[in-house]
Design a protein around this ligand. Structure first.
Ligand code: PXP
Length: 242
């Protein structure tokens, strides 16, 4: 079934738990297959430069075994470009990456890095990989994405997730405005980072948003209710807000 708002489940932190012991379980590919069975429309995995969670072998197995689209999150490096071209995921989301950060702490500066990103976007696009840029919800970044000719942007919802009260409402307005500006210019809008059952509703209700990518909360929730149940409940929250 195709949903008007797709759910991409990020399985990185299944690999984080596996790697904490350095053994073969829990297996992120098994989690991906289970998430898809429970209603995920796609699977997202971030192959970080330091391989702290997902490994090269995980990406090879995901590319071979998944029956839903794979979205590879990657830094804008030659190494990651070569890996993307080798495995040809359905989509590649270009994210900023710093070794010292715990997670992807901000969007990529598409405006400041045009010359570095342009050839990468070109090569991925030529390989028919759907390129997306993970950006902050601001007009300057959307305009840079338009100049780069990307088909998709993913809006960073991390700030929205951390704020509350009027500050959260303000950030939600920024997200809505950015989504409208991108869509008006023919760019498909995705969103993600820090989303939970409690805060997903207003983001899912932004009409231009076509896909949410959610990981850390779902993997945590899976400890209590199981991954299938966590994915099903997230789908319900998204559908209810739509
Ligand atoms: N989208 C992007 C581009 C990300 O980098 C991440 C985190 O890896 C997510 C979505 C998912 O964020 P979270 O794990 O907080 O749900």
């Amino acid at each position: 079934m195709t949903h008007s708002l797709r759910l991409g489940v990020n399985i990185d932190h299944v690999a984080t738990v596996r790697n904490a012991r350095g053994c073969g379980y829990p297996d992120p590919v098994r989690a991906a297959l289970l998430a898809a069975e429970a209603g995920a429309d796609g699977i997202t995995a971030h192959l970080r430069e330091d391989r702290r969670h997902i490994t090269d072998e995980d990406i090879a197995r995901l590319a071979a075994e998944l029956t839903v689209p794979l979205n590879l999150e990657m830094a804008a490096t030659d190494e990651m470009l070569a890996i993307a071209l080798r495995h040809r995921p359905h989509a590649a989301c270009i994210v900023p990456e710093k070794r010292e950060e715990r997670t992807t702490e901000g969007g990529i500066d598409a405006a400041g890095q045009h010359d570095r990103l342009a050839p990468l976007v070109g090569e991925l696009g030529a390989a028919r990989i759907r390129v997306s840029l993970f950006i902050e919800p601001d007009a300057r970044q959307i305009e840079a994405a338009i100049r780069l000719g990307v088909p998709v942007v993913e809006l960073h919802t991390g700030r929205y997730a951390e704020l509350d009260g009027e500050a959260r409402s303000e950030e939600l307005r920024r997200l809505s405005d950015a989504a409208a500006l991108a869509a008006k210019n023919g760019i498909e809008v995705h969103a993600g980072h820090g989303l939970t059952f409690d805060n997903v509703g207003p983001i899912a209700a932004i009409p231009q948003v076509r896909e949410l990518n959610i990981g850390h909360f779902l993997v945590g929730e899976a400890l209590f209710v199981g991954l299938g149940e966590a994915v099903r409940r997230m789908r319900e929250e998204m559908d209810a807000a739509r």
